[in-house]
Ligand binder design. Structure first.
Ligand code: FAD
Length: 420
């Protein structure tokens, strides 16, 4: 087998986008994926300007846009009475941040990176389940369950929520939110009432929410139904079943209830994140993507953070590149470590807070609705710190603003509250 400059464990969106970013520097990159083939399960994914900016730099934005939909508005509605609470003008947002807000099928995004990696000569290996990581001086290695050892000057673990590599860094476990997501894409022609595909719509309701938007140039309608599972709260193993889906949305508006039979009702995703950790780099081994910072999906930034991680790491490697393929990896990894954990910590904790905001009930729901209705469409205080250019150094990281105190953050780190 040929030698590699970088070995990446995990061929999801994080691993492949990072492989492509590093291969653009002329580095020889090998990706080890445990599955029989590369691919993504699931439905749509939202890509905010902090991601489309990177796709543009990679020369992939045009293809991504051709495969997706660029909507005009993102609208938040109350799931009970369907009234509009607040909206983002996505065309104005594009002018503000310089890049579009795009929605795309996740398998299309994954395929885009896979094709780009193939064209760039990335070595793409399947059926390679990495079970151990070691290092010795200026070499690190990933060992698979078949006993194969893959060595390189740097090994990146992009092995997702249940990361094996993360055990080097933290003795933690995924945190259950007790929420579950159902997904479903249907041909738009099969939807028996008009749906405005120029909008991404989020219906927020008591302990539940429903999202829909168009995919593949408007041929498909993507739907996501998320709710809190009473069985999960009761500690039962069998949680998130379709009867719970129907019960959770029983009090929502007609449109949302009508869509429930059109979800994929034979599979569902239990929603986990992890508490943030401060250290992602150990010598020549680094965490990336969900392995480092799996979020709840309420800010739609999980895959984006993974793509940003790869872009930041590659940019620091580029700046520290010597003759041939030599890179000052200590310097590049230190620069990556200096900037990414703090940004992602903020996103993970803010996502939890937004989840609470979306799912309020009773008087707190009414108060939330009053505040959201009063928000100006052109108020970008909630998005500037996320959708602006990805920081390469801590000094570039913008001040953040969140609508409610990060109670979980208080417990974990004792730091962020409302604004900083
Ligand atoms: P994964 O996608 O988990 O990929 C890990 C890869 O590593 C997999 O291919 C796996 O097979 C492989 N692997 C695992 N273990 C090993 C091993 N030991 N050896 C070798 N290979 C291994 N994000 C957004 O940005 N926008 C959104 O709109 C959005 N919506 C979401 C909606 C829902 C309902 C959910 C659940 C998530 C959403 N996300 C969204 C989050 C996003 O899907 C994830 O954050 C992202 O896919 C993480 O990518 P990753 O490559 O880091 O990890």
């Amino acid at each position: 087998m040929s030698t590699s400059d970088v070995v990446i464990a995990g061929g999801g969106i994080g691993g492949l986008s990072t492989a492509f970013a590093l291969s653009r520097l002329g580095l020889r990159v090998r990706v080890l994926e445990q599955a029989e083939q590369f691919g993504e399960v699931g439905a749509g994914i939202q890509l905010a300007p902090n991601c489309t900016r990177i796709l543009a730099e990679y020369g992939l934005l045009e293809q991504a846009t051709a495969r997706g939909v660029v909507p005009d508005r993102m609208v938040m509605r109350d799931a009970v009475d369907a009234s509009e609470l607040t909206a983002l003008d996505l065309r104005d947002l594009e002018r503000r941040y310089g890049f579009p807000y795009l929605v795309i099928h996740r398998s299309d995004l994954h395929a885009l990176f896979l094709d780009a990696c193939r064209d760039a000569g990335v070595e793409l290996l399947t059926e390679q389940r990495v079970t151990a990581y070691t290092q010795d001086g200026e070499k690190a290695s990933a060992t698979t369950d078949s006993g194969a050892v893959h060595e390189a000057p740097v090994v990146i673990a992009a092995d997702g929520l249940h990361s094996v590599a993360r055990r080097r860094f933290a003795d933690d476990r995924p945190v259950s939110s007790a929420y579950v997501a159902y997904r479903g894409t249907v041909p738009i022609a099969s939807v028996d009432r008009p749906v405005d595909l120029s909008e991404v719509v989020v219906y927020v309701g008591p302990r539940c929410h429903f999202v829909h938007y168009g995919l593949r140039g408007g041929d498909l309608l993507n739907q996501v139904a998320v709710f809190e599972s009473p069985k999960a709260l009761a500690g039962l193993a069998d949680w998130g079943t379709p009867d719970e889906l129907d019960d959770a949305f029983a009090g929502t508006c007609e449109f949302v209830r009508e869509r429930l039979p059109h979800m994929w009702r034979d599979k569902w995703w239990r929603m986990y994140d992890r508490d943030p950790i401060d250290t992602w780099v150990d010598g020549r081994i680094a965490l990336l993507g969900d392995a480092a910072h799996p979020p709840l999906q309420y800010l739609a930034q999980g895959a984006i953070m993974a793509i940003e991680d790869g872009w930041v790491l590659a940019e620091h490697a580029r700046r520290r590149r010597g003759a041939g393929a030599t890179v000052d990896w200590e310097g590049a990894l230190a620069a990556y470590q200096a900037v990414r954990p703090e940004h992602c910590r903020r996103v993970v904790l803010t996502a939890r807070a937004w989840g609470e905001l979306r799912h309020l009930d009773g008087r707190r729901r009414e108060q939330r609705n009053i505040l959201l209705r009063a928000r100006e469409t052109g108020d970008y205080s909630f998005t500037d710190w996320i959708y602006g250019p990805t920081a390469l150094v801590p000094e570039e990281e913008p001040a953040m603003f969140t609508p409610i105190p990060l109670t979980a953050a208080d417990r974990i780190t004792g730091v962020d509250s409302v604004a900083r």
